[in-house]
Design a protein around this ligand. Structure first.
Ligand code: ZN
Length: 377
């Protein structure tokens, strides 16, 4: 994992690199960040940088033997501990090492993964994943191994707040008398669930939520979606990259589809009621979540179209098909109808959440739009 593959967090990455350059690497650190912030990805990138044998100015080289092994998650001095539970194949005393193959695959697929996705992947049915006492014996064993290839042995404990009390106490003992050249990186979502004695022996690295513009840029670049779609998904995911990716995967084009929107607006403005009914039938069939996404998307485009109407083009963040459409459509969205249009869209979204009948709701909304679009400027 390279720093450049971790989204945003520019200042924090600089600080971490500086700790390495200054030889100030603390032996136990807590990477605290909300779900989807990239705290695990960042911890791995940090460990890779520390052990890279050809460090660049602000990132690992990606080519030395250490980097190659880190990137495949197979470095013999990189150890992971994570929440587990018994499964069909591991029926008792499960520990992380039982699932290291699955862990590697999951991390390589998505280093932003959350604990729910991880446990689902393991096939753990409705069981809580924990880091238990058996795990602490395994940690001791790994620490007693000599370092194979690198300067630092690294132990990354993901979701360290899932350690049970006995495991926490054993880890505390290790942190009180830390083995030489061993680095503990505790990756945590809820700091207050750690033992206060562990907190006091670790240095806090606070990983903030990804900034909107950085998330929007990453979504466009990694997932080839339009700027408007990226903005909307950023808004819906509240800075959680993992949720954003899930939203993209769940959308198959119906939700954020400019063609659907253009057809709807054209039918509404042209009072083409027969076409409207057919259109409503097709949107009613895509499912509630997608309907909500679509109406959120319409709201976003309406706001941008109003900006175009008001000649505030420098504030408009549209491109391609969406920009062309909004320009053509901008004479019809203005201060006298825009507030009401947004209000009606919002109400419709709320009603979908409350299980309103989609066909009736969308037809009703369409008829309101017919009137609203004909309000004179
Ligand atoms: Zn390297």
């Amino acid at each position: 994992m390279l720093f450049k593959d971790v989204i945003g967090l520019v200042d924090l990455k600089k600080n971490l690199v500086q700790t390495v350059k200054d030889g100030r690497v603390s032996h136990a650190q807590v990477f605290l960040g909300s779900q989807g912030s990239g705290n695990l990805a960042l911890a791995i990138a940090y460990a890779q940088y520390i052990n890279c044998t050809n460090k660049q100015e602000d990132d690992s080289c990606s080519e030395c033997l250490s980097c190659i092994k880190y990137q495949k998650i197979v470095h013999p001095d990189l150890h992971f501990v994570f929440p587990v539970a018994s499964t069909a194949s591991v029926t008792s005393k499960p520990v992380s090492d039982n699932f290291i193959v699955e862990w590697r695959e999951a991390l390589l697929d998505n280093p932003y993964l959350d604990v729910f996705t991880w446990l689902e992947r393991l096939g753990v049915e409705n069981k809580q994943g924990i880091i238990n006492t058996d795990e602490s014996s395994s940690i001791f064993k790994k620490l007693s191994l000599t370092t194979y290839e690198s300067e630092y042995k690294v132990m990354i404990i993901w979701m360290a707040e899932k350690m049970n009390i006995s495991c926490s106490n054993k880890l505390l003992k290790i942190l009180e008398e830390p083995p030489e050249k061993t680095l503990f990186l505790l990756v945590v979502e809820e700091h207050e669930k750690l033992l206060s004695t562990i907190i006091s022996r670790t240095q806090l690295v606070k990983v903030n939520k990804i900034k909107d513009d950085e998330l929007i840029g990453a979504l466009q670049q990694k997932h080839s979606i339009s700027l408007t779609q990226a903005q909307l998904i950023c808004h819906l995911s509240n800075g959680n990259y993992n949720v954003a990716v899930q939203l993209i995967q769940e959308t198959d084009g119906d939700d954020f589809n400019p063609t659907n929107l253009q057809l709807w607006v054209r039918y509404c403005y042209g009072r083409k009621f027969a076409d409207l009914i057919t259109w409503v039938d097709s949107i009613a069939a895509i499912g509630r979540e997608k309907q909500k996404n679509f109406l959120n998307y319409v709201s976003q485009i309406m706001r941008e179209t109003l900006l175009l109407h008001l000649k505030l083009e420098n504030l408009v963040r549209l491109n391609g098909q969406e920009l062309q459409f909004s320009k053509k459509f901008s004479p019809f969205v203005h201060p006298k109808n825009c507030v009401e249009i947004l209000d009606q869209l919002n109400k419709a979204i709320n009603q979908i959440e409350r299980n309103a009948h989609p066909k009736i709701l969308l037809l009703d909304l369409s008829f309101k739009m017919v009137d609203l679009l004909h309000i004179p400027v």
